[in-house]
Ligand binder design. Structure first.
Ligand code: ATP
Length: 358
């Protein structure tokens, strides 16, 4: 078993309310990602789960049992930090073996466990080296191996890939999901990188200013963001938001455009709304009944696609287009909108409209 639950976690550092009532339910065996910007309270949440932070309020339950008063050691959780914290004088082998030596495992058990985890992380050839003889990425893998070598109740990982270069980071994402599948443990993984979260998680909790904004699968968080903030934080290029309101059969933009009102848009007429449109749900080529007039503001070629910035009045749309798309700045454009995939948020509260089944 390896369930981890947090109930109403609260923690202030002086004036800063780092955690403002955090609830989490991490199922046994999940790859659970806590995603949020810098300062959202991610590290504080992990430290609270690990028993390293004295809470102002709230409780932590492990395998259904209240563990709030337990020491970090009693909780049986393995933590991997952003900094590798390896023993500088020990070889990689001895670093990885250290949690097992502390438990007085036999030499043959230690040898087998170290070799197995070294194989998983492709670091067999580093085992006799000391940290000073390794690159940052290699040290990070050794630190991961040291956490993975024992079978704790759950692994808590605080941005363990941040010190890696982009190529290695992308490789390690795949490696970590593979390791998670082969080990089968519970992972609670903290990151500010939405691509990392969407690509690795079974479930994502989006954290902002010490509060959980939404919990769901990566697809749910991307396709049904709970509020405009989640919509803006998850997804690249960033979702475009246009101010508008409903009027009869139409959506009327503050910038003067009109679109057919989607069937699922249940807001009453006149209420200030934000229409959320993702770049891939907009097109410069297809033609449909829903079209926004704008002008070309900029082109951002990204190799496999080009992101086109289109100005609609004083607001901006980001449109995903063919790599070969071209045009003169200021040129008039018609942007076709896939309204079935659009989002509507209350402009006041920022919350997604409770739309009828689409
Ligand atoms: N020991 C501390 N003393 C004072 N303030 C702290 C302390 N630890 C965290 N904070 C504050 O609490 C808030 C949450 O911090 P936390 O480290 O949990 O955020 P985070 O989401 O992990 O950020 P990052 O992605 O930058 O690591 C921040 O405003 C931070 O400055």
């Amino acid at each position: 078993m390896g369930t981890v639950e947090a109930r109403g976690l609260r923690k202030a550092f002086g004036e800063v309310q780092a955690l403002d009532g955090v609830d989490l339910d991490v199922p046994d065996g999940a790859f659970f990602v806590v995603l949020g910007p810098s300062g959202a309270g991610k590290t504080t949440t992990l430290r609270a789960l690990a028993g390293l932070e004295r809470l102002d309020a709230g409780s932590v339950h492990l395998d259904g049992r209240d563990a709030t008063a337990d020491t970090p050691a009693d909780r049986d959780l393995a933590m991997v930090f952003q900094s590798y914290a390896l023993y500088p004088r020990k070889t990689a082998y001895e670093n990885i073996a250290s949690p097992l030596r502390a438990r007085r495992s036999s030499s043959s058990d230690i040898e087998a466990a170290v070799q197995q985890v070294a194989g998983l992380l492709h670091i067999e050839r580093l085992l006799q080296r000391k940290p000073a003889q390794m690159s940052g990425g290699e040290m990070q893998r050794v630190a991961l191996a040291r956490a993975l070598v024992r079978r704790p109740r759950a692994f808590l990982m605080d941005e363990p890939l941040t010190n890696l270069d982009l190529k290695l980071r992308v490789e390690m994402r795949t490696e970590l999901t593979r390791i998670h599948r082969s080990l089968g443990g519970t992972f609670v993984y903290v990151t500010n990188d939405q691509v990392e979260a969407l690509s690795m998680a079974d479930q994502v909790a989006v954290l902002r200013e010490g509060r959980v904004q939404q919990v769901g699968t990566p697809a749910e968080v991307y396709e049904r963001p709970a509020n405009r903030w989640v919509a803006g934080f998850v997804g690249s290029p960033r979702i475009s938001l246009l101010a508008c309101h409903a009027r009869g059969e139409e959506l009327v933009g503050d910038q003067g455009w009109t679109l057919p009102r989607p069937r699922w848009a249940t807001a009453e007429d006149g209420r200030p709304l934000l229409l959320g449109l993702r770049a891939e749900d907009l097109s410069l080529e297809q033609r449909g009944p829903a079209v926004l007039p704008g002008e070309l503001y900029g082109l951002e070629p990204l190799g496999d696609r080009t992101v086109v910035d289109v100005r609609v009045g004083t607001e901006m749309l980001k449109v995903k287009a063919r790599p070969s798309v071209a045009g003169a700045l200021g040129q008039r454009l018609q942007v076709t909108v896939d309204l079935d995939r659009a989002h509507l948020f209350d402009a006041g509260t920022g919350n997604a409209l409770p739309s009828a089944q689409r």
